[in-house]
Design a protein around this ligand. Structure first.
Ligand code: SF4
Length: 234
């Protein structure tokens, strides 16, 4: 599964893993686009909408994000409009996303910050994105990947969990996972990784009750080798 890279780093054979994962998720009856992938398709990758959609997607399910985003953008579609929006109105529109009190304040505040500090344009680099209110590394990397098509690896709970289960990394948190994955995975795979891993995590390698019985990655999976097959043997 791994090989020594030219610089001595352990380079992961991720191409084969992504192909197998892709066949499982895109061919599955349960396959559905992630909220961000849908947003990218619908909005042509508008970085502002990706930014707001990613903030709304925090701590909620994809279908709730999609409803909230669609309600919101039907009324307020630009940073200027959202910066001047009535907070109570925004709360009602984004209610399906949950935590709507906090999220309404955040998206209005970030819209104002964009106008005041970035001339209304969403930054296209991590350092400036991280200056924005409510934006952490995952959100910043989502804006790069889904909004700008700039290679990055957004690490959410799915990407973190699956990377550790497969044995691609041995890490304690998402930021450390991102650091390790960017060292081990060739840049040409970064753009596709988040969407495939998230869909795989939603349908197959679920947090509780992973579907190892139908997974074609059993042969390269550390968790399967060390936990599932041992359990089956006993
Ligand atoms: S074998 Fe199981 S734990 Fe490993 S990647 Fe597949 S579903 Fe996840």
């Amino acid at each position: 599964m791994v090989q020594k890279g030219a610089l001595g780093h352990r380079r992961v054979e991720i191409g084969s893993i992504l192909s197998k994962m892709g066949r499982m998720v895109y061919g599955s009856r349960d396959a559905r686009a992630t909220a961000l992938a849908q947003l990218k398709e619908q909005e042509g990758g508008d970085p502002f909408r990706i930014l707001i959609g990613t903030i709304l997607s925090q701590r909620t399910r994809d279908e709730n994000t999609t409803k909230a985003v669609s309600n919101l953008f039907a009324r307020y579609s630009t940073a200027e409009e959202l910066a001047a929006a009535d907070e109570g109105d925004v709360k009602v529109l984004i209610r399906p996303a949950g935590f709507y009190n906090v999220k309404a304040k955040s998206i209005i505040r970030v819209s104002r910050q964009l106008l005041e500090e970035f001339k209304g344009r969403v930054p296209d680099n991590v350092d400036d994105l991280l200056k924005l209110h409510s934006v952490g590394r995952k959100t910043a990397n989502c804006v790069l990947v889904y909004g700008y098509g700039i290679p990055a690896i957004p690490v959410d709970t799915h990407v973190h969990r699956i990377s550790n289960r497969l044995g691609l990394v041995e890490t304690k948190g998402p930021d450390e996972t991102e650091k390790e994955l960017t060292k081990k995975i060739p840049r040409r795979h970064w753009l596709e990784l988040n969407d495939v891993f998230v869909r795989f995590g939603q349908t197959t390698c679920r947090p509780i009750g992973p579907r190892c019985d139908i997974c074609t990655l059993r042969g390269v999976c550390k968790y399967y080798r060390e936990v599932v097959s041992q359990r089956e043997a006993n």
